[in-house]
Design a protein around this ligand. Structure first.
Ligand code: PMP
Length: 400
């Protein structure tokens, strides 16, 4: 056996012992049945952990756009954007995303992860690396990977005063980039964007904002929290996904025309990979166009989240102090969290995945509920009652 095989076996055994081993439920998603999925044995479960935040993944609007594009243009794009993989859907999607964020230009990547990694990595390697990046301590892995190798200062989560102090201490000759998120997906808290912009601008820093968990849902047109807060102008580069509220797939950045045009010709993660399938670009385009005007859907989504939070509170179930649509229920230990999730699934038909280390720090393991406009009152009340009961049961056993 090669030592690496032995290493993998040991690592897997350790993960299993700590309850961190990842298993993927095999669930059949029916287009019209969301948020209900079916197990391979034919049992129905209600999904509470989907990032299809607005429930658009199964909508006729997206499906029709994708079907028509597949019928006309086939499935694969056939190349990189540069080499025969560009279609009118790709360029129209980029124009639409630029308009959504009120920026001159946008660039589409094959995922939000790649967008962050490629855009940040390419920016921070430019100008002979004469950069310092200022990163919120809870930034997503895709941003952290994009910042690898760059000179970096980490500011305390959502703490604009700490950011200010770090920027004040920085070398005046270095170019500065402030990188952060709007909605943080594991706690559901929201960055004080206006304050952060004010601090960044005072120090001449560029701002890079990941709105992956906000686009589609916040702001009058769904451009995210920066739009909601009226500060789109203060964000130099906004990054988003098409894979969550837009119900599709892909990622993007939007910003200054020269910056985006330069990324198009400089970002390896954009250049050297097969472009997004035309039908996905067509579906994403239809989705963004639809979501920009979907005011009722956004209102319903916010109402569902507020109702779920108050239902948990009324049932005596503690939740983290989220100010967004994300409703985290802390459990506090990997094995226990898995057990709660398993009982909810097996006994109550509730699919709420455990969020474990390294996604969240050890000891803060949680279930993360993401109500969508398609979750009804009855489903919500059943879920809350089940969570309250299962938590009582496992904590009773743990305390005994
Ligand atoms: N940024 C954040 C904050 C994320 O949580 C994620 C993934 N969940 C991404 C970027 C990556 O987006 P995508 O899923 O489109 O790759």
């Amino acid at each position: 056996m090669h030592p690496f095989q032995a290493y993998c076996q040991d690592a897997l055994a350790r993960m299993k012992a700590e309850g961190r081993y990842r298993t993927f439920a095999e669930l059949v998603k029916s287009r019209r049945g969301f948020p209900r999925y079916t197990t391979p044995e034919g049992r129905e479960v209600v999904v509470w952990s989907s990032n299809d935040y607005l429930g658009l993944g199964g909508s006729d609007i997206l499906a029709r756009a994708a079907q028509e594009a597949i019928e006309e243009h086939g499935v694969g794009s056939g190349g990189t954007r540069n080499i025969s993989g560009n279609t009118p859907f790709h360029t129209a999607l980029e124009r639409e995303l630029a308009a959504l964020h009120q920026k001159p230009a946008a660039l589409v990547f094959t995922s939000g992860y790649v967008a962050n990694q490629a855009a940040l990595g390419t920016i921070l390697a430019s100008m002979d690396g004469n950069w310092q990046v200022f990163s919120d301590e809870k930034n997503h892995n895709s941003m952290i990977v994009g910042m690898k190798g760059a000179r970096k200062a980490i500011w305390r989560h959502n703490d604009a005063a700490h950011l200010d102090a770090l920027l004040s201490a920085a070398d005046p000759a270095v170019s500065k980039l402030v990188a952060f998120e709007s909605v943080y997906s594991m706690d559901g808290d929201i960055a004080p964007i206006a304050e952060i912009i004010a601090v960044a601008k005072r120090h001449g820093a560029l701002t890079y904002l990941d709105e992956v968990h906000a686009v589609g849902m916040y702001g009058p047109h769904g451009a995210g929290v920066a739009e909601r807060d009226g500060v789109l102008d203060g964000i130099d580069i906004v990054q988003g996904t098409l894979g969550k509220a837009f119900g599709c797939h892909g990622g993007y950045v939007a910003g200054d025309a020269a910056v985006i045009d330069w990324l198009r010709s400089a970002a390896a993660g954009f250049i050297f990979t097969t472009s997004m399938p035309p039908a996905i670009a067509a579906a994403a385009l239809a989705s963004v166009r639809h979501v920009r005007g979907a005011h009722d859907l956004r209102a319903r989504h916010a109402e569902r989240a507020a109702r779920l939070k108050s239902a948990f509170r009324e049932a005596g179930v503690a939740i983290l102090p989220s100010t967004s649509h994300i409703v985290p229920v802390p459990v506090g230990e990997a094995a226990l969290c898995r057990e709660v999730s398993r009982r909810l699934f097996d006994a109550h038909g509730i699919y709420a995945t455990p969020i474990n280390y390294p996604t969240v720090p050890r000891g803060t393991e949680r279930l993360r509920f993401t109500p969508t406009p398609l979750h009804g009152d009855a489903e919500m009340d059943q879920a809350v009652a089940a969570v309250a009961q299962v938590l009582r049961d496992v904590r009773g056993v743990a305390a005994a």
